[in-house]
Design a protein around this ligand. Sequence first.
Ligand SMILES: *Cc1c(COP(=O)(O)O)cnc(C)c1O
Length: 381
Amino acid sequence: MHFDTKVVRAGITPDPTTGAIVPPIYQSATFVLEEVGKDKGFDYTRSSNPTRFTLERNLAAIEGAAHCATFASGMSAVDAVMRTFSAGDHIVSSDDVYGGVSRLFDQYLSRFGMEFTYVDSSFPEKVEAAIRPNTKMIWIETPTNPLLKVSDVKALADLAHSRGLLLGVDSTFATPALLRPLELGADIVMHSTTKYLSGHNQIIGGALMTDSDELQEKFRHVQKSIGAVASPNDSWLILLGLKTLSLRMERHSSNGLAVAKWLEAHPKVARVTYPGLESHPMHHVAKKQMSAYSGMISFELNGGIPAGVTLLNAVKLCALAESLGAVETMITHPATMTHVEVPREQRIARGLTDGLCRLSVGIEHVSDIIADLEQALDQVQ
Ligand SMILES: *Cc1c(COP(=O)(O)O)cnc(C)c1O
């Protein structure tokens, strides 16, 4: 099957009892045994549920993976990966990871004896220099949130394997429509299904994909032992969203490129970061491994915090909202929103400057998105 067909059809068969073309929602906590020791493949929804299994079959096919395990959030999917390690194990991580991921590493897992080193994984030599005798995995995000740094998945997979390590990739920003980390050698792919995969701001969810039977067995065991699994209802909503993934990513990407180019030419914008622009420092890597560049853009306004606040209060079509990857265009200003609690010096050192705005370009008509940004930028002094 081609990718466009897989998103609609893979792993989905008409319901055997009714012929329903849309898989039913098996909203049941438990499943009755026929006799002792004989079930129909399901026993208790924390470990197994037919709707979640359908989602996992569909997602595995879309990612080109042998296996998928889904979770109640992207964060619980990352946590499930980390629970396969032990106290004393060390992870080398991208420095610009999603804020919730570094919070999990630094405020929780480090208390249980895991160790983390953050490096700019756009440079494999920096990742290599951070490897220690107790390192077990390289964990990267590409493109990163919110600075859209791009890492070379194949180079890092080769590095990881030459040192006996795993490579895990948070591929939330790219989606399997644009990037296939497993084909490039990654061992684990993680997605926040909250974002592009479900696509309509309708659920919170996460997924892990792998070709390794051993890793999948561990992820299944975490699902069963911890219970942060995708609910039947959420699984069904994700399945519905996935059907248009291919179409949506085409539009997100074409809109993203057009908006990035328009912003780059605007006099009130100091800098635009978008992996699809030739001005992106790692455009050559993005071009090599991605088929298009998604809808995530960050840009720096001249005029710092006041300019950011003015712009965000002036937008009408663009929603002033955290989250990303949904059909609606959404805009955030890290300095006053997501990172308002980070001390300014620390924030600036991380590259989250005062005038930095992050745009998740939706699938509306591109002219309407640009017109809204234009009228809002007009109000910035
Ligand atoms: C949102 C996000 C997460 C966390 O996912 P949740 O579904 O919000 O728990 C992890 N990584 C990236 C890149 C994200 O954008």
